[in-house]
Design a protein around this ligand. Structure first.
Ligand code: ATP
Ligand code: MG
Length: 358
């Protein structure tokens, strides 16, 4: 699975271009502010229809331009070619897949699994639990696409119960939502649990290879673990009324990751945190390949940041082993010691102009 061609217009500072990436490694090299991360952002847009840097997609449209345009040729795991077109104005997005309009961006997300590692990746560990839930749900969604409906149904029922809580309704009106919520929660919870049971040992193994440390990972389901969800919901009723929203459930879930019994957020160095996040993402990539033969596109922004040469080499080696298409940015390609027989292309970016180095 790989991007076999990419052309774009009016993305950040980038000049109009067309590139034919290597199916394996693509090194994007250039000085600060040349446009390297912008190129990764453009690739990410093709899958996610949003940026990994900003919530404001308008920021990505080139100054003084009305819209951006991207066209990508994408080969899926059965080697079928898909042509993806995306146009984004300041108020409107139009997506085409094989010349047919696409209304649901999740269709592209399902077709083009993508993973991103950036110098801010440690935020997956340090920021709120929302990011760790997104991490889990990304994996469950790609492994089992019926999960998207379970996710949507859970959040719809939760919103309805919360609306009743906000309107000072009777106890009977609130608890009438409990049975459907318990039912969908059991399905939601089991899907996450099954996925994590498979994923956690793979994360631990990658973490050991990259950091030499042993870690424990515990899934906190969003309610006290000594209760089942029905009991937790009943026990939470008074508090739910007081706070006017449901305070237990998969929307409050989290992962607790520890090394030597200390949360990695405080126990690990910045470099170790980056390597752990890489291990988490590599595990998702490997497990997805194992289950569905689908591989990911991997974007690594500023790979050398925070990593010494030994850890850079270890990470590059593991990225190589995935067999996936990888795009790596760096200010100096000599910092990336790829093994000699790994297929690659190098692109040089200067003031928004991208040129393949031949
Ligand atoms: N909407 C926009 N229109 C035009 N230029 C923009 C827009 N948004 C950002 N830029 C500029 O694009 C340039 C490239 O930014 P980018 O983050 O891609 O650089 P980079 O090569 O990744 O640099 P670094 O090595 O510092 O990370 C910057 O100078 C930035 O100011
Ligand atoms: Mg950058």
């Amino acid at each position: 699975m790989s991007l076999s061609q990419l052309s774009l217009l009016h993305v950040r500072n980038l000049a109009e271009f067309k590139i034919v990436p290597d199916p394996r490694f693509n090194i994007i090299e250039g000085a600060n502010a040349s446009g390297k991360t912008s190129l990764l952002e453009a690739i990410y847009l093709i899958s996610q229809v949003k940026s990994f840097r900003t919530h404001r997609i308008n920021h990505i449209i080139q100054h003084k331009q009305a819209e951006l345009r991207l066209v990508a040729n994408y080969l899926d795991h059965t080697n079928n070619l898909h042509i993806i077109g995306l146009e984004r104005s300041r108020s409107n997005t139009r997506i085409h897949l094989n010349k047919k309009p696409v209304n649901q961006s999740s269709q592209l997300a399902a077709l083009v699994p993508i993973q991103v590692i950036t110098p801010e990746s440690h935020r997956l560990l340090e920021d709120g639990p929302k990011f760790r839930r997104q991490f889990i749900d990304w994996g469950v969604f790609h492994v089992k696409q019926s999960f998207l409906q379970v996710w949507k149904d859970y959040h719809r029922i939760l919103r309805q119960r919360n609306a009743v809580l906000r309107h000072k309704s009777s106890k009977q009106q609130v608890t009438s939502w409990d049975a459907p919520l318990v039912d969908i929660t059991n399905r939601f919870h089991n899907e996450r649990l099954q996925y994590l049971q498979a994923l956690i040992p793979i994360i631990q193994s990658y973490t050991k290879q990259l950091t030499d440390e042993d870690i424990t990972i515990e899934y906190l389901p969003g309610w006290p673990v000594d209760m089942d969800f029905r009991q937790a919901l009943q026990a939470s009723y008074e508090q739910d009324c007081q706070f006017k929203h449901t305070r237990v459930g998969p929307h409050r879930a989290d992962l607790s990751i520890k090394s030597h019994s200390i949360p990695v957020q405080v126990g690990f160095s910045r470099g170790q945190q980056k390597l752990l996040v890489c291990a988490m993402r590599l595990a998702q990539i490997q497990y997805l390949q194992h289950i569905s033969q689908q591989s990911c596109i991997i974007l690594v922004d500023d790979l050398p940041a925070e990593l010494d040469s030994n850890h850079r080499a270890k990470l590059l080696n593991l990225l190589d082993e995935t067999g996936a298409q990888v795009f790596i940015t760096c200010t100096d390609e000599h910092l990336l010691e790829l093994s000699a027989n790994t297929s690659r292309k190098v692109f040089h970016v200067k003031h928004g102009q991208i040129k393949e180095v031949v």
